[in-house]
Write a protein that binds this ligand. Sequence first.
Ligand code: ATP
Ligand code: MG
Length: 373
Amino acid sequence: MKTKYDSTLVNKLNFENVLLDSLPNPVYYKDTNGKFIRCNSSFSKLVNTSKKDIIGKLAYKFFPKSVANRHKSIDKIIMKTLENYADEIIFPLQNGEIKYFILNKAVYLNQDGSVGGIVCVMNDITQSIKEKEFLIQQSKLAEMGEMVASIAHQWNEPLVEISAQVQKIQLNYLLNKVNKNIMSNFVNDTMVQIKYMSDTLSDFRNFLKPSTIKKEFLIKKSIDEIFEIVGKQIFYFNIKIAFDYENEKIKIFGYENELKQVLLNIINNAKHKIIKKNKNDDFKGIITIKIYSDNEFNIIDIRDNAGSIDKTIIDQLFEPFFTTKVDGTGFGLYMAKIIIQDNMSGKILVKNDHDDNVIFSIKIPKYTNGNIL
Ligand SMILES: Nc1ncnc2c1ncn2[C@@H]1O[C@H](COP(=O)(O)OP(=O)(O)OP(=O)(O)O)[C@@H](O)[C@H]1O
Ligand SMILES: [Mg+2]
């Protein structure tokens, strides 16, 4: 026979079920072994599995392996520390669509105070990620004009070389001198030039692709790749680039192409200022790129020597649409701030130094999710 206590409990459970099922956020509970013990309808719909078939399963059944692995260790840690935890994940749906979620996790305790397991509330952030990606892509397109000019510049030399080779082989043919050796030299020499042209194009294509996953990469490699694309142009304007690496092996965790975009924008800003100053006086422009780290951050400083920023505007540089250029969009540094601060949990700062140089500093945390990189 049911007691009054039992029916209150049943009522309470019914209420909780209705409450959970009315939430748009997927929610689930797991026990200390990582097995699902409860979930709401949104979660069941997300993983396209009935509630009954979810119970007793491990996260590996529903989440990508890398996510499940990472969360196995996260769960272990928070069941000891009892602290809440939030983590961004990529979640591919069965139809191939990619969703982004924040997993908000907390530990729940049993009545006797022992750890019962983990509760997780999932927050769908796909829309806001897509909007940010769109903005970032827009600002990449803004840099595209410069890049096309730079490719055209970079293709000039190999094109001249290939034309010379073609004319030479024609001459050899007319003189009846074409033999196996001459032919194979011709093919080798032209292929070298063609490969160079095709590499330039694929660098460019890679730059335009959005990076969808955070990964570890060598910062020196990214900087080298930027100069593969824009280096010739900078050289053409007679601007000196100085590198000052404390350690060439410094690695960064984040979105590689987006970071390249930020660096490119800052370098282009410095380049424009130097070219403008060059028009008026005979001045030797230098852009210095320094890479180093402190306890907390890996730091990239980009310094130019073409004059300081007026104190009255220095605080506005990262605001959207702030520009002092006739044809500027004022979008570059704003996007840089979004990419560095929001997407990579870092900082971006600007200052004038004592010699009236301008220094932009990008600081990316060395530690992420409690792990040392
Ligand atoms: N190295 C620098 N030295 C001095 N001022 C700078 C420097 N970099 C940026 N600025 C100032 O910051 C403003 C905003 O830069 P941002 O890159 O956001 O846009 P923009 O360069 O004006 O426009 P766009 O990037 O579309 O060409 C610039 O107009 C300029 O006044
Ligand atoms: Mg700019």
